[in-house]
Design a protein around this ligand. Structure first.
Ligand code: NAP
Ligand code: MG
Length: 482
């Protein structure tokens, strides 16, 4: 498969398409119908070694010498090339991940926006001067870590590349990216476009492969100076342990169980699209998906009914049919989600959407499902499902809402619907989350907004200007001049 000039069965290392040293490949499956889309490289330790060496060469060479303004210019050029190729990128992502085309197209625009944002930010990050003892001048320098490792999942490849690689390149790091085995085509395409945009060879390397092979090798590599990971809690723990051996910083974004809290005075008409969309977008395979809807008791029945009406109209089908919901990324993920649906057998299903009749039988389809009357301690109200499944939970008052909202091990995103201004401010303080939304959910996903979690949702922040601090290290210079 060679869209945009990529060689899908190769790694991109040092600016060249190279076959994995083992010669092994993996099948990439189209989750809309279960067919093999193409073969991808099964990169492993030797390929990671080569990629880390290429990244180090780039740092020693022209990339390491590039000024902040020059780095910004390259990122801007990458963003322009992303936009020029937006339809091809969207189709690639739709087929690879199973995303409805409109979602894939939104992801392309987000990738371009990340490049624009970090292009503009590259030369605006600076140190400070610090007033100190007589005879001294003291200042700080923000410097890149060096080689940064990026291990990304399959749910939003382009958005996660944008936010982590964008900030890493803007600050002068050289990147080695291990995309998910289930979805790596746009990662390869991005690196190809970056090279065409003038990014020096080796500043951006991509090694597809299995997590336990290429991913583990990247995490453990002594030549990697920072690791950015988005994915499951279990693998996040492995990454943090491996990074401990090399004493390198990690950014972990591990998903959540994010609530929307609907108070009795909420504007339900405004809230309703957010309540449902935040749960079923990308078939619920979103780290910041809102999988729990908490509703004050006296509006509970009304909210369940209104959500159920919307659910009944939802349709799931192939990515290119561009319906409300696509397939899940894989039949493995479908099995995980169906396992959760079994665990909800004791609950009331308020409504379900439909998988369209002519959806291919090999596709990984799950009908969107809304559960009502769920208790906060139920497994469906506690565990991340990562599928188009939401639970609605009643609450009594503000204290009760806070206790339920904060009553999981996660803390990524939360939202609150109320017209009471004082309550909005109280709730913003009381909700345990890295992002809180008042009378909206997600704020359109703005690339400008720092993002990350607490608890099992992980630590560190990506997106926005804040990410630039995470991808740099601070040096203090104290000059004595008498
Ligand atoms: P995952 O295994 O955590 O995968 C995320 C990334 O980590 C992939 O690139 C994966 O590679 C890699 N990886 C796996 N094992 C590794 C290891 N030992 N060392 C280094 N890297 C490794 O997630 P998943 O299995 O795809 O999904 C399982 C569950 O994770 C989902 O049901 C969902 O709950 C959660 N999840 C969360 C997010 C999020 O955005 N926070 C995203 C995806 C999944 P391979 O895939 O190639 O093995
Ligand atoms: Mg995996």
């Amino acid at each position: 498969m060679k869209p945009l000039g990529i060689s899908s069965d190769r790694c991109l290392i040092g600016g060249s398409w190279v076959a994995p040293q083992s010669g092994k490949v993996l099948d990439l499956i189209n989750p809309s119908d279960g067919t093999v889309l193409c073969e991808i490289a099964r990169g492993a330790e030797a390929d990671i070694d080569a990629a880390v060496a290429a990244a180090e060469d780039a740092l020693q060479g022209s990339w390491g010498k590039a000024t902040a303004a020059e780095r910004g210019r390259v990122l801007a050029h990458i963003g322009a090339l992303v936009l020029e190729n937006k339809d091809t990128l969207a189709e690639l992502e739709a087929q690879d991940v199973g995303k409805p085309l409109k979602q894939a197209s939104a992801d392309v625009l987000a990738l371009a926006r990340y490049m624009e944002f970090y292009a503009g930010a590259a030369d605006k990050l600076h140190g400070q001067t610090i007033p100190y003892l007589d005879g001294y001048t003291v200042y700080t320098l923000r410097e890149p870590h060096g080689v940064t490792g990026h291990i990304i999942p399959w749910n939003y490849p382009m958005q996660i590349i944008g936010r982590s690689v964008g900030a890493a390149l803007a600050t002068g790091n050289a990147c080695v990216l291990k995309p998910a085995e289930e979805a790596c085509l746009t990662a390869l395409a991005f690196a190809e476009l970056a090279n065409r945009a003038g990014l020096p060879p080796g500043a951006m390397n991509v090694v597809p492969g299995l997590g336990a092979e290429a991913g583990a090798a990247l995490t453990a590599h002594p030549g990697v100076h920072h690791v950015s990971f988005t994915g499951s809690v279990g693998v996040g723990k492995l990454i943090q342990r491996a990074a401990a051996d090399n004493i390198v910083p990690v950014t972990l974004e591990l998903g959540g169980k994010s609530p929307q809290v609907v108070f009795e005075d909420a504007d339900l008409e405004a809230a309703l699209p957010f309540l449902v969309n935040a749960g079923i977008q990308n078939a619920g395979q979103t780290c910041s998906a809102s999988s729990r809807i908490l509703v004050q008791q006296n509006r509970y029945a009304e909210v369940v009914e209104a959500m159920a009406n919307r659910y009944a109209k939802l349709r799931a089908g192939p990515a290119l049919a561009d319906l409300d919901v696509g397939p899940l990324v894989s039949n493995r993920q479908k099995d995980i989600v169906e396992g959760f649906l079994q665990k909800g057998a004791d609950l009331e299903i308020a409504a379900q959407g439909q998988v369209i009749g002519d959806a291919p039988t090999g596709g990984a389809y799950v009908a969107p499902t809304l559960f009502a009357g769920v208790t906060p301690d139920h497994v469906l109200a506690q565990d991340e499902i990562f599928g188009p499944v939401q639970v609605v939970i009643p609450f009594a008052d503000e204290d009760d809402a806070v206790a339920i909202a904060n009553g999981t091990d996660f803390g990524l995103v939360a939202s609150c619907w109320t017209q009471d201004g004082a309550r909005q401010l109280r709730m913003a303080k009381r909700l345990r989350a890295g992002q809180v939304f008042l009378n909206n959910y997600g704020a359109g996903g703005g690339v400008e907004l720092p993002f990350g979690g607490t608890g099992l949702s992980g630590h560190g922040r990506e997106k926005g200007f804040e990410a630039l601090y995470g991808f740099t290290t601070l040096k203090t210079v104290a000059a004595f001049h008498g």
